[in-house]
Design a protein around this ligand. Structure first.
Ligand SMILES: C[S@@+](CC[C@H](N)C(=O)[O-])C[C@H]1O[C@@H](n2cnc3c(N)ncnc32)[C@H](O)[C@@H]1O
Length: 280
């Protein structure tokens, strides 16, 4: 199976960016087994068909199962404080004439990140009267996006990181679960976007949250995606990475003083690039 697994991980990396280690076969097998079972195939046959890419639904199911969709509301808290206290005041000042903001949650998983951003914006709405604010949220995973669009979360999910006041304000009980209000849901547009593909048509954005996804890519892919994100940002735009994500030494970004995970475009080639491990 080793040879087959090598082919599988090479293909997965080429199509999604997600780089598996050579010793992760068992973990991969555990994820693939239920998909193979549902389709009445052996894992070998499933991989075969995935490699041939002859059945888009099968390929999507394999990609979905190989993704790690771990997320929660206000994950790591600090990025959302920085959004409120650093990013929004900066954009309020710099975009005061245009009165338009575009925000992108670039690997949104099941939606908790963009909805958290929408909740912060709702609290800050008095400062953005007459502004047009768009929140675009995307992911490669069709099933994660379906959950995100539905905005329906269980008790455990709403207990992770979400203050009770915001739960009561932005959710309604739906049997055993909680559903995001129509008003908040309408503020986020969900789309399927693969960060490995050309995504320039989505830009430009003033703020990009691209958190906890580059860590699944190898260094070369990370660099390619970061450079593309740089081209998708407005000149004053801000990119927020995850708390433990690296930026390659010669990237297009410089860190803001408030956090090494908070990046803006470098003004000139002589300016020092952000090249540290972000530890926000
Ligand atoms: C760990 S979650 C991060 C969710 C959220 N950003 C957070 O920090 O809580 C990683 C997400 O990246 C998505 N992903 C992985 N590879 C991707 C790609 N090539 N393009 C778009 N999304 C991808 C996965 O489907 C998954 O939902």
């Amino acid at each position: 199976m080793t040879n087959r697994f090598d082919q599988f991980r090479t293909f997965l990396k080429a199509t999604t960016g997600v780089a598996l280690e050579s010793d992760q076969w068992q973990a991969a097998e555990q994820r693939l087994a239920p998909v193979a079972g549902r389709l009445g195939l052996s894992i070998d046959d499933l991989i075969d068909r995935f490699l041939r890419h002859s059945d888009p639904r099968l390929s999507a199911a394999v990609v979905d199962t190989m993704m790690t969709n771990e997320t929660f509301f206000f994950r790591d808290r600090k990025p959302f404080e920085l959004f409120r206290e650093v990013i929004l005041p900066r954009l309020l000042e710099r975009k005061g004439e245009e009165r338009r903001l575009r925000i992108w949650s670039a690997a949104c998983a099941t939606g908790q990140e963009p909805y958290s951003l929408a909740m912060v914006l709702d609290e800050e709405a008095h400062r953005f009267k007459d502004w047009t604010i768009e929140i675009v949220a995307s992911d490669i995973s069709a099933s994660a996006l379906e959950t995100a669009r539905g905005g329906l979360y269980n008790q455990f999910e709403v207990q992770r990181g979400l203050p009770v006041a915001l739960l009561l304000r932005h959710f309604q009980r739906d049997l055993e679960k909680w559903r995001i209000t129509e008003r908040l849901r309408a503020q986020v547009q969900f789309q399927q976007v693969n960060l490995i593909d050309d995504f320039s048509r989505f830009g430009p954005f003033d703020v990009i949250f691209c958190r906890n996804v580059l860590m699944y890519f190898d260094q070369a892919t990370r660099k390619t995606v970061l450079n593309r994100l740089a081209r998708t940002l407005t000149p004053d735009g801000i990119l927020m990475l995850g708390a433990t994500e690296f930026t390659p030494g010669d990237c297009a970004f410089a860190a803001l003083p408030e956090s090494p995970a908070l990046l803006r475009l470098r003004k000139s080639k002589s300016e020092a690039p952000a090249s540290r491990l972000a530890t926000a």
